[in-house]
Design a protein around this ligand. Structure first.
Ligand code: PLP
Length: 356
């Protein structure tokens, strides 16, 4: 059977080696048990969590005044958990509105305090990122979305901000280095670039927690999970294990710098073809193009189904664009090999020969 090229946006591709080892551990891990059958209080699972936490610290250079947490509820739960834990009712947080996910984050934050949307790219269907916006004094935090999975824009570099940052990095964490000291909180659903769905990574600056006046339900309080090393209740043990395997894989390949190189090669290849091929065009301002989610359209959208057919014949799946953008979206997360991007480029070139 030939290889299927998985361009889905999430849940998304995982490294083949990770899937092989995870399958084996699903059947038999230690003491004749499946990893899924083991108590979260057992030594082997404690070791999985400890190593996963340590690898996040190592790969992202997380200093000791931060805590790495494995939570549940997806990035969508962080949309409310962040303001619930950080923002008093009389305080103001700034949000940059760059698409569906930030819009949802803004809606949730308004439940807990004042929200000022200090910049938005809604005027052009979120096809660019606002820059050079004024940042009001005294914001409790400024919320950013590092990579907009749906529209395919990505903050290329975190600049200098007056405010402390909170960032949704769901779809590009571990794809590049960043200076965590600017951030009070970073969160990411695992199912884009880290592991299977069911676990959410949060990296929390410890001294920001416990400063709000409201009462916070135990499970929604970062302090609970900091105190209990992500083991207050029964955590998603198997998803965290698969994250651990992925983190080991990133380290084995050379860490975050190796991911930067790998992702640049893939996105250069694909954007290069989009710009060269007269049948296609990219939907995003060039300077804001995402290296994780590449969005593009056919000039003649009557050919959309024919292109999807041609891709399918080449074992390419998951390239249909989000309904809000249309066209195509190729998600090229860390785990994807350049061969898969080449397979897509080959289809685009053959398509040009037939329809050009
Ligand atoms: C997928 C995604 C989310 C939503 O994640 P869930 O884990 O489904 O809650 C939020 N933000 C971004 C940037 C995403 O890509």
């Amino acid at each position: 059977m030939s290889k299927t090229h998985n361009f889905f946006a999430g849940p998304a591709i995982l490294p083949q080696d990770v899937l092989i080892e995870a399958s084996s551990s699903a059947l038999r891990y230690q003491d004749g048990l499946s990893l899924m059958e083991m108590s979260h209080r057992s030594q082997p699972i404690a070791e999985v969590f400890e190593e996963a936490e340590n690898l996040v610290v190592e790969l992202l250079n997380v200093p000791s005044d931060y805590k790495v947490l494995f939570l549940t509820g997806g990035a969508s739960s962080q949309f409310y958990m962040a303001p619930m834990n950080l923002l008093n009712a009389n305080e103001t947080a700034g949000y940059v509105d760059t698409g569906t996910w930030s819009t949802k984050a803004i809606k949730e934050a308004k439940i807990f305090g004042n929200v000022e949307v200090i910049a938005s790219s809604k005027d052009k269907n979120f096809s660019y990122l606002p820059k050079g916006f004024a940042e009001p004094e005294g914001l409790k935090y400024l919320h950013l979305t590092s990579n907009n999975t749906i529209t395919g824009t990505q903050i290329q570099e975190f600049g200098t901000y007056k405010s402390r940052l909170v960032c949704d990095m769901s779809s590009d964490i571990f794809s590049r280095p960043f200076d965590i000291s600017k951030f009070d909180l970073v969160y990411a659903g695992a199912q884009k670039n880290l592991g299977p769905s069911g676990v959410t990574l949060a990296i929390v600056k410890k001294d920001i927690v416990g400063k709000v006046e409201r009462e916070i339900p135990t499970m929604l309080n970062y302090q609970t999970h900091i105190d209990k090393n992500s083991m207050f209740n029964t955590p998603p043990t198997f998803p965290v294990y698969v994250c651990l395997l992925t983190l080991r894989w990133i380290k084995k390949l050379g860490g975050i710098e190796a991911m930067v190189k790998r992702n640049a090669e893939k996105s250069n290849l694909l954007y290069g073809e989009i710009d060269r091929n007269p049948l296609f065009y990219g939907t995003v301002e060039k300077e804001d193009r995402s290296k994780m989610n590449v969005c593009f359209l056919l000039n003649d959208d009557k050919l959309n189904d024919a292109f999807l057919d041609a891709a399918k014949k080449a074992n390419i799946v998951g390239i249909k664009g989000h309904r809000s953008v249309g066209g195509f979206r190729a998600s090229t997360y860390n785990a994807m090999d350049i061969e898969s991007v080449q397979a897509l480029v080959d289809v685009m070139q053959n398509f040009e020969k037939v329809h050009g």
